[in-house]
Design a protein around this ligand. Structure first.
Ligand code: OSB
Ligand code: MG
Length: 369
């Protein structure tokens, strides 16, 4: 395949309600898409980077810059020798910038598989045609507000609730949700690194609520700290921010720092690295689940395909489009019996709807070979 041109499309898509985590409150999903044109057809991907370097060191302006200055020149230079599988080796010299790399690799994989008539799900070796959906519930201003949201999501049929936590918003909300809905509710929490090694006793108090897992309790570089915490508490420790590669996944598992792994393709540099992490986890009996970055349909479609791989044994943050947006930019993903369908059409399996995309577009830029 030969890469002819890339369009970077910046979009501002309003969220239905503000999504607050321990690191930010977002009411506008500010993202960009990579739209590649190759000699075999076009492809699409959503970059997972936020507008600020708050979840990871990446942010969308920087990701776009890295794509333009470094990633594309290397790929243009490969002529017609390019495949999606060759992207990661070609840009391996470049430190970090995994979300930028993932956006380009994924859009090329989309182009390649659309041309071959193969869906992402088939390429990944998916074993399900629909995946169980959880929902990530942000930090709220009050317990009453939290309960209205949790109640609404459970009524819609979500199969698992994830509560965002931070110091001061942990024990009480978890206790209230557990006591209101009983022991059968699949319940987990996500701290996005908000705690420290000094908080282990506080986190141990959550043991009484029989949580599925606690996600990324402390600093992402503190592998040993997570291993110590995993020893100290009953709740399984799940890593998100820390796991940026299959190598780190292997080490975290061996160290006892990751009893469960959240796989987010953007964070790890793409779907091919995600498949490797899946395989490392499965080989070590570590459950994985698919995380999210509030993706529009373009990113969500690919995540759903990944979540249909056999090792994804826990419900993901692969919620329906209506969890996030009044209007998605592709055919919306809907919740049916707590599940979301895995796309079956070639590539990511969905297309942007031009009139809707237009409404949310902030800017477009073409980079040609
Ligand atoms: O830590 O999983 C996270 C959203 C943005 C950044 C980080 C995270 C999240 C979520 C929501 O928890 C996941 C989703 O529903 O897409
Ligand atoms: Mg997380």
């Amino acid at each position: 395949m030969k890469l002819e041109a890339v369009e970077l499309i910046r979009l501002n898509v309003p969220l239905k309600s503000a999504f607050r985590t321990s690191f930010s409150s977002v009411s506008m999903h500010e993202v960009f898409w990579a739209h590649v044109i190759t000699d075999q057809g076009e492809g699409w991907a959503e970059c997972g980077a936020n507008d600020r370097p708050d979840y990871s060191s990446e942010y969308h302006t920087a990701a776009m810059d890295v794509i333009k200055q470094f990633i594309l020149p290397d790929l243009f230079a490969m002529g017609d020798d390019l495949t999606a599988e060759k992207v990661a080796p070609a840009v391996h010299w470049m430190k970090g910038h995994r979300m930028a790399k993932a956006a380009i690799e994924t859009s090329l994989l989309d182009a390649q598989l659309r041309h071959q008539g193969i869906s992402f799900a088939k390429y990944f070796g998916a074993v399900k045609d629909r995946v169980p959906a959880g929902v990530s519930v942000g930090i709220m201003d009050s317990l009453g507000e939290l309960m209205r949201y949790v109640d609404g999501y459970l009524n819609e049929g979500y199969l698992r609730i994830k509560l965002k936590i931070e110091p001061g918003w942990d024990y009480e909300p978890v206790k209230l949700v557990r006591e209101t809905y009983g022991d059968d509710l699949l319940l987990q929490v996500d701290a996005n690194t908000a705690y420290t090694r000094d908080d282990f006793d506080l986190l141990k108090r959550l043991d009484e609520f029989n949580l599925l897992l606690i996600e990324q309790p402390i600093f992402e570089e503190d592998l040993l700290g997570h291993a110590k915490l995993a020893q100290y508490i009953e709740t399984p420790v799940c890593l998100d921010e820390t796991i940026i590669s299959a190598d780190i996944a292997r080490d975290a598992i061996e160290l006892g720092a990751a009893e469960i792994i959240n796989i987010k393709p953007s964070r790890v540099g793409g779907y091919l690295e995600s498949m490797k992490i899946h395989d490392v986890a499965v080989a070590n009996n570590i459950p994985v689940w698919c995380g999210g970055m509030l993706e529009t349909g373009i990113g969500r479609a690919a995540n759903l395909a990944l979540a249909a791989m056999p090792g994804f044994t826990l419900p993901g943050d692969t919620s329906a489009s209506s969890r996030y947006f009044e209007t998605d930019l592709t055919e919306p993903f809907v919740l049916v019996d707590g599940h979301v369908s895995v796309p079956t059409a070639p590539g990511i399996g969905v297309d942007p709807i031009p009139e809707i995309v237009e409404r949310f577009t902030v800017s477009r830029e073409w980079i040609k070979r």
